[in-house]
Design a protein around this ligand. Structure first.
Ligand SMILES: [Zn+2]
Length: 442
């Protein structure tokens, strides 16, 4: 009887163990990656060939340089395993695209999907119809409808061929400006103040125009994307919900870290917590009051452009004026959202953002989420920070403090990290690495 009970108890424990330990997505998908690269390289070459048949001279040489550079760069990303092949994310996106295609013949037929190991909620479409979807979209948005909204917007860009048109304009604009600036230069040897001003105005104007053009492109993609979205069976208001949700996004999560969290995580048996670690750098050189208002809002990035875009959409499509509550997500979406959340640390680690990784792991641990998992990532990231510090290249992996651009909480975190000595970092890394082995043994 007792033996049976023990056996049952062991079984129970092992099942619990399996349920608790999340295994990050495997990126050992060599065959799919190779197949993708062959296809991608072929497609990119075909794009360049097509450009050659339509353009000549400087425009041709600059355009083909852009696409060649892009091809090389993208190939590097694929080889670096920045994307995952064959996952449930792909299944989900495929079904959304099927729904979008239904009443929209303008949607290209040959769309391919690539999921990026990137925590920012973003998507883009390559010249050959490859859709890159960041995992972060699943981590940030509320449901499939909102993901479909983002895809629709990107389809808008793709159908209007915005990236190609922008490249063309930049090339033409640059040529034009060089000519104008040269003319000004050649008129007089000694340039007067007003002539200097004139050259500067031309320069400013170019940037401004690019800004305006970009905004116009975004609004065009919004409208066209919405029409695609509306034509299929999605709830209309979710389109605005998606844009609104994206407007609220910050690259660095605004969840503030409490001092107690530092004390809880870094008061170690062999190394007591030291209050000096929390000492803040003196930034009296900065005009602090000037930034005060900005700093008070923990979310520092403001997106006035997005609210203007939403207003514009509501003006064009009056049915969007009434807001709707986000739909309840499907089970698949909920599962994928959890996966995207669990992949956040592997993703930071992959992109070598060890500082951001530690910050995020501390936020998860503050909320008492998946402790073993996040403590093991804390160990991994601190080991990398230790190596970097030892090799004098910590700057590459840990941000410097910039009072005007960072939240109070993130600045406090950076102060803490930069205050730690090499030995102290090693002790933390060793402690949490041991923690990792314990987690594995369990
Ligand atoms: Zn866009």
């Amino acid at each position: 009887m007792t033996r049976k009970l023990i056996a049952l108890w062991c079984l129970f424990l092992s099942v619990m163990g399996i349920a608790q330990l999340y295994k990050p997505i495997d990126t050992a998908d060599y065959t799919q990656r190779k197949a993708f690269l062959i296809k991608f390289t072929g497609n990119n070459e075909a794009t360049i060939k097509k450009i050659k048949s339509q353009y000549s001279g400087k425009t041709l040489s600059e355009l083909s340089k852009i696409y060649k550079d892009f091809g090389t760069d993208f190939e590097k990303q694929v080889k670096n395993k920045d994307f995952i092949f064959k996952s449930d994310f792909e299944t989900s996106i495929q079904s959304l695209i099927q729904r979008l295609k239904k009443n929209n013949p303008q949607v290209p037929q040959d769309l391919k999907i690539l999921i990026a190991k990137d925590n920012t909620p973003n998507a883009y479409c390559l010249a050959d119809g490859t859709f890159v979807i960041n995992m972060g979209l699943y981590g940030w948005l509320n449901n499939e409808e909102e993901i479909a909204a983002v895809i629709s917007h990107e389809l808008g860009h793709k159908i209007e061929d915005h990236s190609f048109k922008t490249f063309l304009k930049i090339i033409e604009q640059d040529n034009l400006d060089k000519i104008t600036v040269q003319n000004i230069k050649s008129t007089t040897e000694k340039r007067s103040q007003s002539q200097n001003q004139k050259a500067f105005d031309i320069f400013k104007n170019t940037i401004y125009k690019k800004g305006v053009e970009r905004r116009q492109n975004e609004m065009q993609a919004d409208s066209l994307g919405y029409v695609i979205f509306r034509n299929s069976d999605f709830k209309k208001g979710e389109y605005v919900n998606a844009l609104q949700k994206l407007e609220d996004f910050d690259t660095i999560s605004p969840r503030a870290l409490k001092i107690e969290t530092y004390k809880k995580l870094f008061d170690l048996p062999k190394q007591a917590f030291n209050d000096k670690w929390m000492k803040k750098e003196d930034f009296s050189l900065y005009n602090y009051n000037f930034y005060k208002e900005k700093l008070n809002k923990d979310s520092l990035s403001s997106h006035p452009e997005m609210s203007r875009r939403i207003d514009q959409l509501k003006k064009t499509f009056t049915e969007l004026k009434t807001s709707v509550t986000p739909e309840k997500p499907s089970d698949l979406f909920v599962t994928l959202k959890k996966v995207a959340r669990m992949e956040a640390l592997p993703n930071y680690f992959h992109s070598e953002d060890y500082g951001l990784g530690i910050y995020a792991a501390m936020q998860f641990l503050q909320d008492e989420e998946e402790e073993k998992y996040y403590k093991s990532w804390l160990g991994k990231c601190f080991s990398k920070i230790y190596e970097a510090r030892k090799n004098y290249n910590l700057n590459r992996y840990l941000d410097r403090i910039e009072p005007k651009n960072q939240s109070e909480s993130y600045q406090q975190f950076l102060n803490f990290m930069w205050n730690l000595s090499l030995d102290e970092i090693k002790n933390i890394a060793d402690f949490y690495k041991t923690n990792e082995t314990i987690a594995k043994a369990n």
